[in-house]
Design a protein around this ligand. Structure first.
Ligand code: ATP
Ligand code: MG
Length: 477
């Protein structure tokens, strides 16, 4: 695949030219020749009939002499570019020839003369039964007197004259063809500029991309399909590059998050084995080891969850359920942790039941992750507010803490996988930074939204929406 498309197009162009010439040379020549011959024959025939009806008829009605007719026809012949005019009687004897004076003694007979040779037309081509040594066009017009064909007026003209005229026309046609051929070069130029050059750029780019050079940049500055194609291609390459980048970051993060617990587990186990840790301290350090393995299990589970959400993103098991009840249950599961940190969870819920339509287990996970964060990043002796409000056909759930808050510049990043703000690093060593990424994926799968409002040092509020169940909507109306 080097320049084949171009060569094909060029070949098509040349073929167009060659066929053009062939067509002109055959059809146009043939048609023009026939047409000119017929026209010539027509005018000659008119002349011949006029002669047959006037001078020649007079001759046979004995109203004039042969000499008088001869001189008339001679001058007429001159007028017709020297075309000889003959009078031939049915048996083939030449009675008069405008181009010469016939010797009355010596009879000239055209052997084989047959006036019916013209068939339905009134002319014939050839040497006129050997009378000429070149091809002639000969027209016949009968001379009738006393209701009988007495003779024929025959006018001859050399075919070469018609051929010469045809060639003149043919030359004009060739000239037109050449002009047309050159003009159609414009198409070739357009093709090169609009199709071929952009196509080359696109092919080069795809070759680069296929070879893994996703950073390769190119542009086709046109607003047609080619421009659109190349823009899409660049965009695609950009997306792939970005994904590759994300993938690399993801792997780096995963490795990092796996390595640190493994290192610490290994450290403690080795220390136990070589006796650095005395037997009576085992319980404490085994506790740490168990904690670390829990962390690894949690990380693995979270990654699996994210992966499933991504690949089967839209597979939600939706049903109508009471969001208030779900909030109460999830909040209750944090009782132990809350007691430790002396944190109070305050529930400000709408009417007793608030039915929403969503995947209950996934929403439970969302609530779990948000409350978990709220507790993690809250100070001791503070409170967390969980509130539901309804607006139109939506229910809004808010989880609000008065903890450390999130710096402004971090707020758009916290939903990214593995993202943890520096503030939280010291506070929460166990966190993997996947919790909010999972929350975001779940809410996105429900085609709903989640937002964060946070002030550093004051607190954070996460608000997400859920669709009210159809039953609830009906109740409202
Ligand atoms: P994981 O949830 O996987 O255990 P994590 O809690 O650190 O780890 P995310 O839940 O994704 O991860 O949160 C990402 C980061 O966003 C946190 O590390 C923290 O910096 C910040 N963040 C999230 N919620 C809050 C909050 N309520 N207050 C302050 N910072 C928060
Ligand atoms: Mg979290």
């Amino acid at each position: 695949m080097k320049r084949t498309l171009y060569i094909k197009f060029l070949l098509a162009y040349l073929l167009f030219g060659i066929f053009g010439f062939v067509v002109v040379a055959t059809f146009v020549y043939g048609m023009t020749y026939e047409r000119l011959k017929r026209d010539k024959a027509d005018s000659m025939y008119q002349m011949a009939t006029r002669i047959a009806n006037t001078y020649a008829a007079d001759l046979y009605n004995s109203e004039t002499s042969l000499d008088a007719v001869h001189s008339e026809l001679s001058s007429l012949s001159m007028y017709m570019e020297g075309s000889p005019i003959w009078i031939v009687n049915p048996s083939g004897r030449l009675v008069l020839d405008s181009s010469r004076v016939l010797d009355p003694v010596e009879e000239i007979v055209i052997t084989g003369f047959d006036p019916t040779v013209t068939g339905s037309s009134y002319y014939t081509t050839g040497t006129f039964w050997g009378s000429f040594n070149q091809e002639m066009l000969s027209v016949f017009a009968p001379i009738t007197a006393n209701y009988k064909v007495q003779a024929y007026v025959v006018i001859h003209t050399p075919i070469t004259g018609i051929e010469a005229k045809t060639n003149t026309f043919l030359n004009i046609s060739y000239l037109m063809l050449i002009v047309l051929f050159l003009l159609s070069l414009i198409i070739l130029i357009f093709f090169t500029e609009l199709v071929y050059v952009p196509l080359r750029k696109i092919t080069t780019a795809t070759e680069q991309y296929a070879a893994g050079n996703m950073g390769y940049e190119f542009s086709v500055e046109s607003e047609d399909e080619m421009g659109y194609l190349s823009a899409s291609l660049s965009y695609m390459a950009g997306e792939i590059a970005r994904q590759e980048d994300d993938q690399k970051k993801f792997i780096a993060n995963v490795s990092h998050d796996f390595r640190s617990p493994l290192t610490s587990i290994r450290g403690y186990l080795v220390a136990m084995q070589d006796g650095t840790i005395p037997l009576d301290m085992y319980d404490r350090y085994l506790g740490i080891v168990i904690n670390e393995t829990d962390r690894l299990t949690k990380l693995t589970n979270e990654m699996l969850t994210l992966n499933n959400l991504n690949t089967r993103g839209m597979l939600l098991d939706k049903s109508d359920f009471d969001i208030n009840q779900v909030i109460r249950n999830v909040a209750a599961s944090f009782e132990g942790t809350c007691r430790e940190k002396r944190i109070a969870i305050e529930l400000i819920l709408t009417d007793d039941t608030m039915l929403v339509n969503a995947d209950v287990s996934k929403i439970q996970q969302v609530l779990y992750n948000l409350i978990d964060n709220a507790i993690k990043f809250s100070h001791h002796d503070s409170s967390i507010k969980i509130e539901t409000t309804e607006k139109h056909s939506k229910v809004f759930v808010s989880v609000k803490d008065s903890g450390i808050g999130i710096p402004n510049e971090d707020q758009k990043l916290i939903f990214d996988r593995f993202y943890k703000s520096d503030l939280s690093r010291g506070k929460d060593k166990k966190g993997t930074g996947l919790g909010l990424a999972i929350v975001k994926e779940i809410i996105k799968a429900h085609e709903e939204n989640i937002n964060v409002i946070s002030t550093q040092g004051v607190g954070t509020e996460f608000i997400f929406s859920l669709p009210k169940a159809a039953a609830m909507d009906a109740e409202d109306e």
